[in-house]
Ligand binder design. Structure first.
Ligand SMILES: O=c1ccn([C@@H]2O[C@H](COP(=O)(O)OP(=O)(O)O[C@H]3O[C@H](CO)[C@@H](O)[C@H](O)[C@H]3O)[C@@H](O)[C@H]2O)c(=O)[nH]1
Ligand SMILES: [Mn+2]
Length: 727
C-alpha cells in the first residue's frame, strides 16, 4: 500500500461480544418469565390489591424496557485510535484553521483565573499558532473576566514558548504547577515562569476580591472603556475585543514565534430579549469567529475544561481529514473527564459507565451524542449542512486569512452578536445550536446525525480535557435535573429519536438516545418501587413469589445477575467496589429527586406554565465543604425539596423494614420470611444504601448535616404515610 492510502485512524471492536450476548439473552428470558408470573397471578377484579399489582407490573415493564434499550450500548462497543504521524506527513502544510470557543457566564462561580487557565491551555496546543484562534464568550459581561483575559494575553508570550521548549503537559499553568517533578522545578526558566504566573495570579485575585479593576489597569487597554456603558450583565451592548491579532507580524512570543489569535466577546444582552443561554452564546461565537478567522474546524469547551493533552487538535483531525472515511464524520467528541474526583466518587460525577460503555457503544452504532464540551465540529455541519453521499471536503485550500485592521474586524463583528441579528433567520432552528432545550448540545448533535452525518468518540491514552465536577450533592442533583429535563424534552420535540429519528438514524442509535431521553419518567417507576412494596411489607401484603416457589428463580436470577454484571462492568472500567455502591446510591437519589423534578418541570412547560432555565454549576468550593468532599462525606447542609424527598423515602423504608422484621420474628407459622423475602431484601438494600442519609439526619454534627428541621419534617412525613397506609 502506498503511504497516501494508509488510513489516519483505526477502529477496534470490543472482545467477548458473543459471551455478553448469550448472557443478556439469559437475562431477557428470565425477565419474560417474571411477566408471566405477574400476568398469571394478577388479583381478581374487585380485589383491593388489583391496581397495586398492575402498577407494580407496569413499573417492572418500564425497567425491562429500559434494560432492553440500554443493550444498544453493549451490542457493539468500539475503540478508536489515530495515526498522527501520517497526518503530519501528508497534511502538515494543509492543516485547516481551527477556532476554539470557551464559554463562561458568571465570574463568581466561574472564577476568571480558572477561565484563563483553560484559555492558556488551549492557546498552547501543539498546532501552527497562525492557524489557531481562541474566543472567549463571556455571558457574565464581566470586566474582571476581560481583565483576566488581557493578563493571559501577556502571559501567553512567555507561557507558550515554555510549554514548547520543555514539551510539558498539561498546559494549563495552574494544573501544571500543582503537579511538577522536582528536577524541572530547579531550573531558572521554571523559576521565572512560575514567578510571572504567581504575580499575574495575585493581580487577578486582587481585582476579583475587590470586584473591580483599578484605574491604572483600565489605562492599559482601550477595551475597558466599553464598560462605561454597561449597566448590568443582563443589559449591555455587544463587546468584541481582539487582544492578540495572530496575523500581525509584530505580535510574537518571547522566542519570536507567532501567537494564536485571542478575542473576547460578550454578546448584547437586553432584559426583554431571551438570550438562549449557552446555545445563544455559541451561535454568536460561530458568526463572530466566522468574520474574524473563519476556521473550518470548531472546538468548544466549557470554561472549566482545560486541555490536558496538547495533541488533541491533531488527533481530532485524523478523523476529520481521513481520505477514506473522514467526509462522513461531522464531529469528534472527547469524553468529559474531571480532575478532582475522589477515589470512590461519592456523587458518581466521573460518569464512568457513560464514558467506558455507553459512548463507546454509541460509537459502534452511528456515533456518540454531542455533550457540549471537548467536541470538534466542522463549521459547515454545525451550520446546518446535510450529508451528501460521496461529497468530500477540500483541504487543499487550507486556510485563508481575513483582511482588515483589528478595529475594522471588531466593528464588523459587533452587529453579528446583537440581539436583533437573529430575527427572521434560521439561527437556533436550522442553523447553529438549537434553541429552547436545556441540553442544547445533545439535541444539536442528534439533529446533525439526523441529517445523515456520523460522529466519532475518542478516548486517547492521555485524557484530552479535564473539568470541575459538581462537588456538593445539591449541585449534582440540580445538574441532573437540567439534563433529565432537557433530554426528556428532546423526546417530545421535533427531533424526537422515536419520531424524527425514524429512517434518519439507525434503530440501535434511536434506542441509545431513548435511554437518556427517558431518564425523567423513570423517576415514577423508581418512586413506586421505593414506596409501595415497603408499605405492603408493613401491612403484610406479599407482592413477589415465595422463596420455595419456582417463580422465585427468575426474579432472583435477574436481580443477582444484573447487579453482579453491573459491578463487574464498573470494576472493569477502573472503578472501586465502594465507588460502585456510591454510584447505586446516586442512581437512586437522582431518580427520586432530579428526574422527578425534571419530569414535573417538563409537564409544566408543556402546559405553558413555566420556562426552562439553565442553572449554571458552581466551580468553586468553600474550604469547609471541600474538606468533607475530600473525605467523601456527603454534603447536605440545606433544606431543599429534593433532600426532603430523599430523607422521607429513607425513613419510610426504615420503618417498613422494622415493621417487616417484626412480622417475621413474631410469625408463628414461619411462612412470613418466605413470602416477604424479596420485599425485605428491597427495603434492606434501601436502608443500607441510605446509611449516609440517616447519619446526616441524626448523627452528624458538622455543617454538612441535614438541618434539624428537615430531620423532623421527614420523620413525621414518613410516619404519616405509614399510618395512613395501615388504616
Ligand atoms: O447562559 C449561559 C449558561 C451557561 N454557559 C456556559 O455553559 C457551560 C456549561 O455550564 P455548566 O454550568 O458547567 O453546566 P454543566 O452541566 O456542567 O454542562 C454540561 O451540560 C450542558 C448542557 O446542559 C452543556 O452545555 C455543557 O457543555 C456540558 O458540559 C459553562 O462554561 C457556562 O459558562 C453560558 O455560556 N451561558
Ligand atoms: Mn460544568
Amino acid at each position: 500500500m502506498r503511504s497516501e492510502h494508509l488510513p489516519l485512524f483505526g477502529i477496534e471492536q470490543a472482545k467477548n461480544r458473543t459471551v455478553y450476548r448469550l448472557f443478556s439473552s439469559s437475562i431477557f428470558v428470565c425477565i419474560s418469565a417474571t411477566w408471566v408470573y405477574r400476568m398469571i397471578y394478577v388479583p381478581e377484579r374487585g380485589d383491593s390489591m388489583r391496581w397495586t399489582w398492575i402498577l407494580l407490573f407496569a413499573a417492572e415493564l418500564w425497567f425491562a424496557l429500559f434494560w432492553v434499550l440500554s443493550q444498544s450500548f453493549r451490542w457493539n462497543r468500539v475503540r478508536r485510535y489515530t495515526f498522527k504521524d501520517r497526518l503530519s506527513h501528508r497534511f502538515e502544510d494543509k492543516l485547516p484553521g481551527v477556532d476554539i470557543f470557551v464559554c463562561t457566564a458568571d465570574p463568581t462561580i466561574e472564577p476568571p483565573l480558572m477561565v484563563i487557565n483553560t484559555v492558556l491551555s488551549i492557546m498552547a496546543y501543539d498546532y501552527p499558532p497562525e492557524k489557531l484562534s481562541v474566543y472567549l464568550s463571556d455571558d457574565g459581561g464581566s470586566v474582571l473576566t476581560f481583565y483576566a483575559l488581557l493578563e493571559a494575553s501577556h502571559f501567553s508570550k512567555h507561557w507558550l514558548p515554555f510549554c514548547k521548549k520543555f514539551n510539558i503537559e498539561p498546559r494549563s499553568p495552574a494544573a501544571y504547577f500543582a503537579n511538577i517533578s522536582d528536577s524541572i522545578s530547579q531550573s531558572t526558566e521554571f523559576q521565572s515562569i512560575k514567578k510571572l504566573y504567581d504575580e499575574m495570579e495575585h493581580r487577578i485575585e486582587t481585582a476579583t476580591k475587590f470586584g473591580r479593576v483599578s484605574d491604572e489597569i483600565r489605562a492599559q487597554h482601550k477595551g475597558f472603556s466599553e464598560w462605561d456603558s454597561v449597566s448590568s450583565p443582563r443589559d449591555h451592548q455587544t463587546i468584541v475585543q481582539i487582544l492578540v491579532d495572530g496575523r500581525d507580524p509584530r505580535v510574537l512570543d518571547t522566542e519570536g514565534s507567532p501567537l494564536p489569535t485571542l478575542a473576547y466577546l460578550s454578546r448584547e444582552k437586553r432584559p426583554n430579549h431571551h438570550h438562549n443561554f449557552k446555545a445563544g452564546s455559541m451561535n454568536a461565537l460561530i458568526r463572530v469567529s466566522g468574520n474574524i478567522s473563519n476556521g473550518s474546524i470548531i472546538l468548544n469547551v466549557d470554561c472549566d475544561m482545560y486541555s490536558n493533552n496538547s495533541k488533541s487538535v491533531r488527533d481530532a483531525l485524523c478523523f476529520l481529514m481521513d481520505e477514506e472515511k473522514g467526509h462522513e464524520i461531522a464531529y469528534v467528541q472527547y469524553p468529559q473527564c474531571f480532575n478532582n474526583v475522589t477515589k470512590n466518587d461519592i456523587y458518581g460525577s466521573s460518569m464512568r459507565i457513560i464514558r467506558e460503555v455507553d459512548f463507546p457503544g454509541l460509537d459502534g452504532i452511528g456515533g456518540p451524542a454531542y455533550v457540549g464540551t471537548g467536541c470538534f465540529h466542522r463549521r459547515e455541519t454545525l451550520c446546518g449542512n446535510k450529508y451528501v453521499e460521496g461529497r468530500k471536503f477540500e483541504w487543499k485550500r487550507g486556510f485563508v486569512r481575513r483582511e482588515g485592521t483589528v478595529s475594522e474586524l471588531e466593528e464588523t463583528s459587533k452587529s453579528l452578536a446583537d440581539c436583533s441579528y437573529e430575527k427572521g433567520t434560521q439561527w437556533g432552528n436550522e442553523m447553529g445550536l438549537l434553541y429552547g432545550c436545556p441540553v442544547e448540545d445533545v439535541i444539536t448533535g442528534l439533529s446533525i446525525q439526523c441529517r445523515g452525518w456520523k460522529s466519532a468518540f475518542f478516548r486517547p491514552e492521555r485524557i484530552g480535557f479535564l473539568g470541575v465536577p459538581p462537588n456538593t450533592l445539591a449541585d449534582a442533583l440540580v445538574q441532573h435535573k437540567r439534563w433529565s429535563e432537557g433530554d426528556f424534552q428532546i423526546l417530545l420535540s421535533k427531533y424526537g429519536p422515536l419520531t424524527y429519528g425514524i429512517g434518519r438514524i439507525n434503530v440501535a442509535l434511536q434506542m441509545g438516545y431513548c435511554v437518556y431521553t427517558l431518564w425523567a419518567p423513570t423517576s415514577l417507576a423508581t418512586l413506586y418501587f421505593l414506596i409501595v412494596p415497603p408499605l405492603c411489607l408493613l401491612k403484610g401484603i406479599p407482592l413477589f413469589p415465595k422463596v420455595s416457589s419456582l417463580w422465585f428463580l427468575p426474579f432472583v436470577y435477574v436481580i443477582v445477575a444484573e447487579n453482579m454484571y453491573s459491578l463487574f462492568e464498573f470494576l472493569w472500567s477502573g472503578g472501586t467496589l465502594q465507588g460502585w455502591w456510591n454510584e447505586q446510591r446516586m442512581w437512586m437519589f437522582k431518580r427520586e429527586s432530579s428526574y422527578l423534578f425534571g419530569f414535573i418541570d417538563t409537564v409544566f412547560k408543556l402546559l405553558g406554565l413555566s420556562n426552562s432555565a439553565f442553572d449554571i454549576s458552581s466551580k468553586v468550593v468553600d474550604p469547609d465543604v471541600s474538606q468533607r468532599y475530600e473525605k467523601e462525606i456527603i454534603e447536605f447542609g440545606r433544606s431543599t425539596p429534593m433532600f426532603t424527598i430523599i430523607a422521607t423515602l429513607a425513613m419510610l423504608n426504615l420503618f417498613s423494614l422494622v415493621g417487616g422484621l417484626k412480622r417475621v420474628v413474631t410469625d408463628v407459622e414461619g411462612s412470613a420470611f418466605e413470602s416477604f423475602f424479596l420485599q425485605l431484601l428491597l427495603s434492606s438494600v434501601a436502608v443500607l444504601i441510605n446509611h449516609p442519609v440517616y447519619q446526616g439526619l441524626f448523627f452528624r454534627k458538622d455543617k454538612g448535616r441535614m438541618p434539624a428541621s428537615l430531620s423532623f419534617k421527614s420523620t413525621v412525613l414518613a410516619l404519616l404515610i405509614c399510618l395512613i397506609s395501615l388504616y
